[in-house]
Write a protein of this length. Sequence first.
Length: 559
Amino acid sequence: MYRYDAYDQRLVDERVAQFRDQTRRYLAGQLSEDEFRPLRLQNGLYIQRHAPMLRIAVPYGLLSSRQLRKLADITRRYDRGYGHFSTRQNLQLNWPKLEDVPDILAELASVEMHAIQTSGNCIRNITTDEFAGVTPDEVVDPRPIAEILRQWSTFHPEFALLPRKFKIAVNGNHEDRAVVRVHDIGLEFLRNEAGEVGVKVWAGGGLGRTPIIGEVVSEWIDWQHVITYCEAILRVYNRHGRRDNSYKARIKILVKALGIEEFRRQVEAEFAHTKGGAMTLTQAELDRVAAHFTPHPYATLPETDASFEAARAADPAFAAWTKRCVHPHRVPGYRAVTLSLKPTGIAPGDATAEQMEIVANLADEHSFGELRISHEQNLILADVPLAKLHEVWKTARAAGLATPNIGLLTDIICCPGGDFCSLANAKSIPIAQSIQERFDNLDYLFDLGEIELNISGCMNSCGHHHVGHIGILGVDKDGSEWYQISLGGSQGNDTRLAQVIGRSFAAGDVADVIEKIIGVFVEQREGDERFIDVVRRIGLDPFKHRVYGTPAKKEAAHV
Ligand code: HEM
Ligand code: SF4
């Protein structure tokens, strides 16, 4: 994985020293609240319900075991012994003390990590596919480009004060696992018939208050121009984005307002000035960065392993886990493994310091010392030999990390909601728990098959509810918490936005409603049909009828 050079390290170290002094002056009363706010936000520090919240960047979701061990150590020494892995492949700490944050940042810097640009109106952490580099049908490994984009975007002076935050996702696989279509810029790496690498560029996607699926700005640009092309898009956005209205400030609103043709025209006009200029990438630069992502020293292994097959045949629980949590690998005899952070009763995405240490050890022993974070808020060991899967499973299971529910109804994406976030309209963690408790029968979950259920505590949509097969959104009505249900959203190559089914529900009713929805699915399902396919085939009406009675009542109060 990428290792900091002297420049990277110096930038991060200098920032820690700066922030230490800023915090000291704030605590001494020499900086006002207003003066300190932008300074802390530039270092990922929010003020939340109970305490500051620190968002730590994990570039493209890739961590070394050493970094994860440090994160565990930080949560134990400076927080309450756990952290929250987020939908943007970051880690959030919910309980740090303000006066400790400079020390935390110094600890992070000692393992080549930071919290810079995890907040504020700048280019945020670049995200990508959690199986990048190991997935069998990958077109291009997106990580070197993601790293180049990280270097380009960190401290980019021109883009430090954009109209609004800016999220870039990179995908290099046939199947989009980075949700590029709901990002400000989505970059999809492709190869043409001649084997040359290019990029399909999407822009103007995003969730939040106004969810919009991005549009294609360019079907193909040569990879050498990826930075200049992104700069052209950012310049158009920086010039015309709605700084006067934060609700309309995201690039998605600009793309809609101009129309994709006019937006593209402006981007191309801007691009014409810089195309082929100093920011053009060279093969030498790509090679330099790509050298950090060269394949691990994989052993030459057979396609199958007798001990693995025997363990699978002997142990149904292990077999179930291999079905849901083990994924194909491009190298024979290896597999990628998802460690579920979604057992019933734990806030989705939370991991304790002990769990992080266990995962770091597993990574060292069986996965070349690396791991990844998925935007579904799980951890991935990307390079496990088949013969080691049983051992990994036993350790993971003992640590509560082997719930075989990946891609199933209880693998819920869920924001921290009202338990932690001061923007929330409603709690979301207890809703996730009530659904997990209701569907705590693994056999039944297996029968139901793939269902994505996503929960956000407010319309900011941190929990991606718009693109869940089932989406749950916390809404406020006269000061109390209600939940709006939507159906039919999806992520990936067929990204679509969900539709609201009707008026919202009290917290205590949500699990019942989900059960009714699942009931309709079970009745209507043909063969092994997936939930989302049934929703698309039969439409929302049968679900509305079951949930609201027949005929479905019109949208009423509490919405
Ligand atoms: C706890 C403190 C948090 C605060 C104050 C916060 C704040 C916000 C705000 C204001 C937005 C809306 C931006 C807009 O207008 O477009 C937003 C969106 C978002 N946040 Fe958070 N957030 C928090 C936690 C999280 C967490 C824990 C996650 C991941 C689990 C997350 C991931 C996202 C994502 C994915 C969006 C998507 C919206 C989009 O695509 O436009 N945030 N957040
Ligand atoms: S969706 Fe709303 S409640 Fe949930 S973390 Fe984001 S801002 Fe907070």
